[in-house]
Ligand binder design. Structure first.
Ligand code: GUN
Length: 284
């Protein structure tokens, strides 16, 4: 029987613990963790994420600001806004929602964020810390998945973990976090040959490819742990994952649902890292 990994329940548990820690930081140090989310344009998926982030941040007692900017803003103007938040002492975390419009170079934008406030963990300084085995700010989706493994007692030592998708947001940082826990990691992508043969060797399969119901039962070994990072819409507008849930549930030992799996954990880790940044600012 498959165990469904309940990301929503775990996220609620961590967020309520976080709300208590935030109260303590307020009463002992007079610091309220502050998060600013910058959204450029009106991508509908990004609008939903940003609204959810704001709601969760406020519920946990954070100061939350959302900056909504026109699609036509130029790169220099956006950098100037980021620099203002770099200097703003009431803000401990800065997140620029991706994707950005094509006339803006996202690498330059990420470089403009103070690495101490880079709660997404996308700045090359934080990537370097992660790959040298001293993670500080870690991309939130892989960090949330590691919390799930820990909560459900899923041991990674010596296991073969296969990741589908090599993005900077999920696949690459996920590989490093799994290596840190002594898993053997295979990072696959759109050019990988014989993909189902590779993935069916996985003890742990992490799917972040962005194609609805891409992973069917023939990709999965009996008893594997399957983590679905996908957020896709089907023809009826329904939210679906990258994994064909019903089929894969017949074979997997653990499986994350969509919605209610990885998604809520991503927001939780964003808040946790903002809190950690605020805590560090208290001891400076
Ligand atoms: N777009 C999709 N996922 C993310 C994320 O984790 N952070 C940011 N900034 N943008 C995203």
């Amino acid at each position: 029987m498959v165990t469904v990994i309940d990301g929503k329940a775990l996220a609620q548990k961590i967020q309520s613990q976080l709300a208590e820690k935030v109260q303590k930081l307020k009463s002992e140090h007079g610091i309220v963790p502050g998060l600013v989310v910058i959204l450029v344009g009106d991508n509908p998926a990004s609008q939903v994420y940003v609204r959810n982030k704001e709601r969760s941040a406020l519920a946990a007692g954070f100061k939350s600001e959302t900056v909504r900017l026109s699609e036509s803003i130029c790169q220099e103007e956006l950098i100037t806004i980021i620099q203002q938040y770099n200097l703003d002492q009431s803000i401990h975390g800065i997140l620029v929602q991706l994707p950005l419009p094509s006339h803006i170079n996202d690498k330059k934008i990420i470089l403009a964020i103070d690495p101490k406030k880079d709660v997404d963990g996308f700045h090359p300084m934080n990537t370097g810390h992660l790959w040298s085995g001293r993670p500080l700010m870690v991309p939130c989706t892989p960090a949330g998945i590691m919390e799930m493994f820990s909560e459900y007692g899923i041991d990674l030592e010596g296991k073969h973990a296969v990741i589908i998708g090599r993005s900077n947001i999920v696949g690459k940082p996920m590989a490093q976090l799994l290596l840190d826990k002594n898993a053997t990691v295979t990072l696959t992508h759109s050019r990988t040959r014989h993909l189902p043969q590779v993935t069916s060797q996985a003890d742990i399969l992490i799917v972040a490819i962005g194609q609805g119901h891409f992973v069917t039962a023939d990709f999965v070994k009996e008893g594997a742990v399957v983590i679905d990072v996908g957020m896709n819409r089907d023809d009826n507008g329904k939210l679906i994952g990258d994994v064909e849930y019903e089929q894969v549930a017949e074979k997997a030992s653990y499986l994350t649902p969509v919605p209610g799996g990885v998604g809520p954990m991503t927001i939780t880790m964003l808040l946790e890292q903002t809190y950690q940044a605020a805590l560090r600012s208290a001891s400076q």
